[in-house]
Design a protein around this ligand. Sequence first.
Ligand code: SF4
Length: 304
Amino acid sequence: MNATLLPLSDPLPTPSRRGAHEANKLAKRLRHQVGRAIADFGMIEEGDKVMVCLSGGKDSYTMLDILLQLQKKAPVSFSITAVNLDQKQPGFPEHVLPEYLKSIGVDHHILEQDTYSVVTRVVPEGKTMCSLCSRMRRGALYTYAEEQGFTKIALGHHRDDLVATFFLNLFFHSKISGMPPKLLSDDGKHVVIRPLAYAREEDIAAYADARAFPIIPCNLCGSQENLQRKQVKKMMDAWEKDTPGRVEQIARALGDIRPSQLSDPKLFDFLSLGKRGDADLPDAHAWLGGDGGRAEDAGDDATP
Ligand code: SF4
């Protein structure tokens, strides 16, 4: 399979004139947001071979569609290959994606790996399987990317995923950390990009609807969404209802971090801040040890 530079396929037939109008409006906004994310994070450069991971959900269809549109006028030349992993869930309509990808003329490959059997065997009944399933999916896709020499792996996570992950880490792992628009995989072999990082889920859903993508649901395995993620989503939905625009504010805040206004001495050198003199500052051990250590070290009387 060769990753070749392909022209943008014809637009899909849209269900109605209103649908077409809506799709055009949304396409413009999404192109703008994706283009900005690509530029802000240096996601794609000249000669890149981009593997676009396609699950059959609204997000990845939209990502592929918008990237193909941008590719036509991009300031750099790069190739796009859509890759789907058929995880062998019962009832997975395996003809849908190849037919769609053929119809739009995009270079593509369907990987087959029965992660479903492994996940159902390993995860106890009634527990959510998504986390192991996603890890295995990632592993299979990364391996394929390495074999084929793809220089970028594009995933369809959007703004709302980035915000939700931030809160999951905050609420359940006591960490200020999220899902970055661009990252190097743990083994340093892959650069993962999230071109939809600035795009709202609502827009993506409306766009996918207007474009009538042949959506494949990601619940064929019957697994329930992780409870913590569900809670966070519920919270964000309630915010959007009661205080529209709050999620956008948070998403912007994720790109405007001020380490000196937080409390992590690894990110900001609080020790040097306003420090007088060159002497080393006593560490916590010295402070917690009372005045004995200082008296001994300094060789003078520590009593006031
Ligand atoms: S819903 Fe099923 S297929 Fe989708 S991530 Fe979860 S376990 Fe995997």
